[in-house]
Design a protein around this ligand. Structure first.
Ligand code: FES
Ligand code: FES
Length: 188
């Protein structure tokens, strides 16, 4: 079943004077057409997590600061807590669930794992979905460029160094079309 009607948990009782209008939307998520019927105020992050069950997209601050909710919309990284679900109508979305190809991780996922670029992992989906388009646009970044690109994603655990190393390793792997071991993947 891909058509569902669901409201944001906090929006089940319309406020006085507001509309409970429901709007049908269709989005392509990770290559699949998905349908929903949503309130106009439903956030894309909540639509993905609660309506479509794509809980890999994390929600931290819900106001555009932490970057945990980052997804791709028509190839650009966006903060899904700042996008309404209705704004994604007829758009192409990629969430972290769409990065791997079957059992084969995306090179950036492999590189972060090899570099120990995560601890609790809460920030990781957002970092991946921010760094994928960054590496596409800048396949040979300097450390400073990686740090600047990461500056919109907050991580409370790692101190960032291992994430920076992971992104640099991913760039190397993607350039060489190789695995972390082939390019001297990071040790602990
Ligand atoms: S939850 Fe969207 S930026 Fe923090
Ligand atoms: S690994 Fe825990 S917040 Fe980044």
């Amino acid at each position: 079943m891909d058509t569902m009607t669901r409201e944001h948990p906090s929006s089940q009782q319309p406020e006085q004077g507001t509309s409970s209008r429901q709007i049908p939307i269709t989005v392509t998520v990770n290559g699949q057409k998905r349908h929903g019927v949503v309130e106009p105020r439903l956030l894309l992050s909540d639509f993905l997590r609660h309506d479509l069950g794509l809980t890999g997209t994390h929600v931290g601050c819900e106001h555009g600061v932490c970057g945990a909710c980052t997804v791709l919309m028509d190839g650009d990284s966006v903060r899904s807590c700042l996008v309404l679900a209705v704004q994604a109508h007829e758009r192409e979305l990629v969430t972290v669930e769409g990065l791997a190809s079957g059992d084969t991780l995306h090179p950036l996922q492999q590189a972060l794992r090899e570099s120990h670029g995560l601890q609790c992992g809460f920030c990781t989906p957002g970092i991946l979905m921010s760094m994928v388009p960054f590496l596409e646009e800048n396949p040979n970044p300097t450390e400073e460029e990686i740090r600047i690109a990461l500056s919109g994603n907050l991580c409370r655990c790692t101190g960032y160094q291992k994430i920076v190393e992971g992104v640099a390793l991913a760039a190397e792997m993607m350039a060489e079309g190789s695995s972390p071991e082939d390019v001297g993947g990071a040790e602990s």
